[in-house]
Design a protein around this ligand. Sequence first.
Ligand code: ADP
Length: 440
Amino acid sequence: MSLAFDEFGRPFIILREQEGKTRVTGTEAVKGSIHAAKSVARILKSSMGPKGMDKMLQSPDGDVTITNDGATILEMMEVENQIGKLMVELSKSQDHEIGDGTTGVVVTAGALLEHAEALIDMGLHPLRIAEGYEWACKVATQNLDNIKSTFSFSPSDIEPLVKTCTTTLSSKVVGRLKEQMAQICVKAVLSVAELARRDVNLDLIKVEGKVGGTMEDTRLVQGIVIDKEFSHPQMPKELKNVKIAILTCPFEPPKPKTKHKVSFGTTKDKMLVIEGCPNTNAVTIFVRGGNKMVLDEIKRSLHDALCVTRNLVRDNAIVYGGGASEISCALAVEEAANKVVDVEQYAMRAFADALESIPIALAENSGLPPIESVTAVKKRQLEEKNPHLGIDCNETGTNDMREQNIFEAVASKKSQLFLATQVCKMILKIDDIIKPSEVQ
Ligand code: ADP
C-alpha cells in the first residue's frame, strides 16, 4: 500500500497487495482443494490393513525410513500444498488422540471428499453436502454404539489384551514375533496402569533401542536403561539397594581428540539398568534390531500396540474390524438417508458410499476382488443381521471378524469418523483461495 497525490495534491492510496497474488474462487477453489486432499489420501490407501504395503521415504540428508504408519508417512513427505497439510494434521490429530487408525482416518476423509466432488458436479451446494455429512456422521456414531461389544480382561487374565495387540502387530515389521512383542506391550501398559481409575500414562513407558542383536532380544525392563558403559572395568556389575546421585553436569573424562574404533558388533556392549525403584513404576521396552531403520519401525509398531492396549484399559468398548463396522455404519446411514426429504439425503448416501472405501481398500490390498467382496459381505450383513462380518483379508475361510478376533476400540472408530468429517466440512467451506503468485 502506498500513498500518492493526484495533480491537485489530493492524497489517494494505491493497494498493491493483490499484485503478487493468485486467486481461485467458487467451485474451482473447492474442487482444487478436494484434488489436493485426494492425492494425499491415495498415497496411504495401499498401506491399509494386514496386507498393506510399506513406503520408503528418503530425507534430504539421505536418511531412509521404511514404514506403513500413516502418520509417519505423511509427516515425512513434506507436503507443500496447504490443503495437503490439513490431511497431515488430520492424521497427526488421530495419532495424538488415539495413536491408531492414522491411515484409516485419511483414507476416509479422502473418500468423503471424492464423493463430495461428484455431488458438486451434480449441482449440490458444498454447504448442503457439509450439512448432510454432519448428519450422517451422527447416525454412524450412534450405530457404533448400537453394535459395540464389551472387551473383558483382568490383570490375572491378560490373554485377551495380548490377542488384540497381536492383531495390531500382525501387519507390522514385527509380525514374525507378534506374540512375544504383544506380551511385552501388554505387560508394560499394565505395569504403569491405574486400573481402578482406568488411567494409563504412556509417558512412563520408555521405548529405547540399540542397534545390534536381533528382534528376539527385545525385552521389558522394570525400570530404566541408560546407554552408558561403566567408568571402570573393575566396578561391581550388580548393586542392590543403592542410592542414586543424579548430576546435571558432564562427569566424564575428556575424550581423546582422535578416536579409532573397529565395528565388533554390539551384543557385548554393556548398558546400565536401574530396576525395582520403589517410588516409580516407570518401565522401559529395550528394543534390539539389525539396523536403525528396522529399529525405528519396531519402535513405531510398539507405539501403536501400546496405544491400542491403553485405549482398551481406558474404555473397553469395541467394534469388529476388517471393514465390518464401516459396512454396518454404511447400511445404517443409507437407511437414515431414505427418511430424509431434503437434498442432504444425497450427501448422506455419499457418506455411506465413502465408508465402504475402507473395506474396498482392505480387499484390494489383499488381492481380493474389491467390489464383489464388499457386496457379498454387505448382502450377508443385511440378511443375517450380523455386524461382525468383514473382509477376510488373510483368507482364513471366515468373514466373521469375531471369530478371527479382529476388532478396534470404539473410541478409535468414533474419532476417525469425527475427525474425517470435520476436515471435509472445513475443506468444503473454502470458496476463495488467495496465495502468493508463483511468478514474482
Ligand atoms: P491404521 O493406521 O488406520 O490403523 P492399518 O494399516 O493398521 O491402518 O489397518 C487397519 C485396518 O485393517 C482396520 O480397518 C482393521 O480392522 C483392518 N485389519 C487389521 N487386521 C486385519 C485382518 N487380519 N483381517 C481383516 N482386516 C484387518
